[in-house]
Design a protein around this ligand. Structure first.
Ligand SMILES: C[S@@+](CC[C@H](N)C(=O)[O-])C[C@H]1O[C@@H](n2cnc3c(N)ncnc32)[C@H](O)[C@@H]1O
Length: 288
């Protein structure tokens, strides 16, 4: 790592603030909503063990729970009458509090039980292995979180092993043709000491797990990043680079190169005076 740069994911509060702004400026959750409405119902139609009166669902890296709750809603409507036990793995306490508040606001307690594990997926795996525990799940999802695990291969292999008969595993991740891929392939090693994992489908090929992959388009408006001193622009830059205060702490040459590269066609396009960063997403569906 260069100069005084600090990784954003280690600063829970700033990560959450940058991520919230990223959501405001992008069509990320709308893109996920489209998948949940149009494709997910068929994916989840066959989950559940025959004769079982309940479904176990596991969300890993759930954030504030908005997408989890949309997924739970679809599972409920596809499997009316079944109880849902929903388990969450999320290390950021601020995200957990927001998730709890959302569940209260939507009065979801009547039909769904919630169990929250405030920890990383790696800690969850370690704890389970120490206790010789391996609860099975009918549906597991990892939405935009696999970048942060210790080993992509081990994490996917372990969580895949937790699938119940007929279970499904959904991974949502940035697409290969997206701006994150280009940016991180070029500069990732200079942003952080460890490289953010991006190539989920390659990892799946290597560990010989079959999957279906869908790609849906999404954009992030990054125009403010090019206005010196713009607070929102700085926060978005932090999220793009995963560095706290990137503009202030990055070496001048890196800052200049990144700001130049962000405008290149590998990352974005210009439309109606706005710079639109390609935030296309992959939706990867894995069977039991
Ligand atoms: C980009 S956010 C996505 C949040 C949510 N899934 C969504 O799409 O709105 C990444 C989330 O993964 C969580 N996270 C980071 N490292 C993690 C890890 N090792 N295990 C589990 N979750 C992690 C973060 O705290 C954050 O909530």
């Amino acid at each position: 790592m260069e100069s005084s740069m600090k990784p954003l994911p280690l600063d829970f509060h700033r990560y959450l603030k940058s991520f919230e702004l990223f959501l405001e400026r992008s069509t990320e959750h709308q893109c996920m909503g489209k998948f949940i409405d149009e494709i997910l119902p068929d994916v989840i139609a066959s989950i559940g063990k025959k004769g079982s009166s309940s479904l176990n669902v596991l969300g890993v890296g759930s954030g504030s729970g908005k997408i989890d709750i949309e997924i739970l809603g679809k599972i409920q409507s596809k499997h009316p009458g079944l109880l849902i036990h929903n388990e969450v793995i999320e290390p950021n306490p601020e995200h957990i509090s927001k998730y709890k508040a959302l569940v209260e606001e939507k009065c979801l307690h009547q039909n769904i039980s919630f169990h929250r594990n405030q920890m990383s997926s790696d800690e969850y795996e370690r704890q389970n292995k120490e206790r010789n525990k391996s609860k099975k799940f009918d549906f597991i999802h990892m939405v935009e979180m696999l970048y942060y695990v210790e080993s992509l291969h081990d994490t996917i292999t372990y969580f895949h092993s937790l699938l119940q008969t007929n279970g499904k595993f959904l991974i949502i991740q940035t697409a290969d043709d997206g701006g994150y891929h280009s940016l991180w392939k070029k500069y990732g090693s200079r942003f952080l000491s460890s490289y953010l994992f991006l190539d989920v489908h390659k990892a799946l090929d290597e560990i010989r797990i079959k999957y279906q992959i869908y790609e849906l388009s999404s954009d992030l408006v990054i125009t403010e990043c090019f206005i010196e001193g713009n607070e929102n622009g700085e926060r978005l830059l932090d999220f793009l680079t995963h560095v706290v205060d990137f503009r202030k702490t990055a070496p001048a040459d890196l800052k200049e190169e990144v700001l130049h590269y962000l405008r290149q066609p590998q990352c974005s396009r210009e439309q109606n005076g706005k710079v639109l960063f390609n935030n296309n997403l992959y939706f990867i569906v894995i069977d039991y």
